[in-house]
Design a protein around this ligand. Structure first.
Ligand code: GRG
Length: 316
C-alpha cells in the first residue's frame, strides 16, 4: 500500500529533528560557555521559528541524492551528512535576527512572539551572542562534517556559506537597505529593491538549497537547479514577508506588523500594490515549479514544491 504524503507531518517531524539536534549541541557546549553567553545564544537559537532554512537544506539533499556521489546511501545517512549544515544555518539565521533587531539597526522589541535578545540580555550581550553564534556555526559545521562529508564538498560548503553571509551576500544586502532607507521616500525602483533582498534574505536561502546538494556531492545540473530554485524561493519568501507586514496580525506573526509603512520603507507591496505583489508571487511559483520539473523526477520534486507553496502561503 502506498503511503500518502502529509506535508504538515513532514514539517513537524523535520522541525523536531532540527530542534532536538540544536538542543543537544547547545547542551554539550554549555559547560564550556560563560553562563550568560550560553543563555543569550540559546535564547535565540532554541526559540522556535519556522526552521525553513534547515528544512530547505535537508530537502535539497534528499531530492538530489540519486544524482550525487552519495547515491548509495540511505535517506537516514543523507540526513546525518547534512544535519550539521542544517543546524549551522539556523545558528547563523538566529545571529542575523539578533543583530537586525538591535537599536542601531531595526530596533525591534518582539521576535518570534518574545522580547528580542537585547531587550532580555542588553545590547552588549546581544551583540556578543550574535558573534558567538556566527563563529560557532562554522566551528560546528566543520567539526561535525569532517567524518561525514568529502573534504572538497565540505570546503565548498563552508566557502559558500561565508559568501552567502558576507559583503556580497547578507551583510551587503543590509548595507544596501540602510543606504536606501529614509532618503528615497519609499520609492526605490524594483531593481534596487530586488538587489537589497537578494543579498539580505535571498543569498542565504539560495545557499540552503545549493549547500544541501553540494554537501552530498550532487552533479552540476542539480547544483545549478537548486541555486536557481533557491533564488526564486528567496524572492517569493521576501514578497510574502512584505505582504504579511500589511495583511498579517501580531499574534500570528510574532512580531509587530505595519513597520514597513511606519518607517516609510520601500517594499514590493508599495511598489507593485497588493495585486501586483500577488501576481509576482504567482509567476515565481510557476518558474520555481518549472525549474524543479526540469531537474528532478516527480517524486523527488514533491517536498521542495511543498516548501515553495509554504514559503508563499505561510501566515508567519
Ligand atoms: C551575517 C555577519 C552577518 C551579519 C548580519 C543584521 C544583518 C547583518 C543582516 C540582516 C539580515 C536579516 C535579519 C534579514 C531578514 C530576513 C528575514 C525575513 C527573517 C525572518 O525569517 P523567518 O521568517 O524567521 O524565516 P523565523 O523566525 O521563522 O526563523
Amino acid at each position: 500500500m502506498t503511503k500518502t504524503f502529509d506535508f504538515q507531518t513532514y514539517l513537524a517531524d523535520g522541525r523536531k529533528k532540527v530542534e532536538d539536534r540544536l538542543k543537544l549541541v547547545f547542551d554539550q557546549e554549555r559547560p564550556a560557555l560563560h553562563a550568560s553567553l550560553y543563555e543569550a545564544m540559546s535564547y535565540s537559537v532554541l526559540n522556535g521559528g519556522k526552521r525553513l532554512r534547515a528544512l530547505l537544506c535537508l530537502a535539497s539533499a534528499q531530492a538530489c541524492k540519486k544524482y550525487s556521489v552519495s547515491r548509495d546511501k540511505t535517506d537516514d545517512q543523507i540526513e546525518e551528512m547534512v544535519m550539521p549544515l542544517a543546524c549551522a544555518l539556523e545558528m547563523v539565521h538566529a545571529m542575523s535576527l539578533i543583530h537586525d533587531d538591535l537599536p542601531c539597526l531595526d530596533n525591534d522589541e518582539l521576535r518570534r512572539g518574545k522580547p528580542t535578545n537585547h531587550r532580555v540580555f542588553g545590547e552588549a550581550m546581544a551583540l556578543l551572542a550574535g558573534d558567538g553564534l556566527l563563529v560557532f556555526a562554522n566551528e560546528y559545521l566543520i567539526g561535525e562534517s569532517l567524518e561525514k562529508v568529502l573534504p572538497q564538498d565540505l570546503l565548498a560548503v563552508s566557502h559558500g556559506l561565508s559568501r552567502a553571509l558576507g559583503p556580497t551576500g547578507m551583510v551587503g544586502g543590509q548595507v544596501l537597505d540602510m543606504s536606501n532607507t529614509g532618503s528615497a521616500d519609499g520609492q526605490l525602483d524594483l531593481v534596487v529593491l530586488e538587489n537589497i533582498h537578494n543579498g539580505k534574505t535571498g543569498a542565504l536561502i539560495r545557499f540552503c538549497l545549493w549547500g544541501g546538494a553540494r554537501a552530498i556531492g550532487a552533479d552540476e545540473l542539480r547544483l545549478s537547479a537548486m541555486a536557481r530554485f533557491g533564488e526564486i524561493l528567496g524572492l517569493a519568501f521576501q514578497i510574502t514577508d512584505d505582504l504579511l507586514d500589511v495583511t498579517g496580525d501580531a499574534a500570528s506573526l510574532g512580531k509587530t506588523p505595519g513597520k514597513d509603512a511606519q518607517s516609510n520603507k520601500a517594499t514590493f507591496v508599495r511598489l507593485l500594490g497588493l495585486d501586483g505583489a500577488r501576481n509576482k508571487l504567482e509567476m515565481l511559483h510557476k518558474e520555481g515549479s518549472s525549474v524543479l520539473s526540469r531537474a528532478l523526477d516527480q517524486n523527488e520534486q514533491q517536498i521542495l514544491s511543498n516548501l515553495l507553496d509554504y514559503a508563499i502561503n505561510r501566515i508567519n
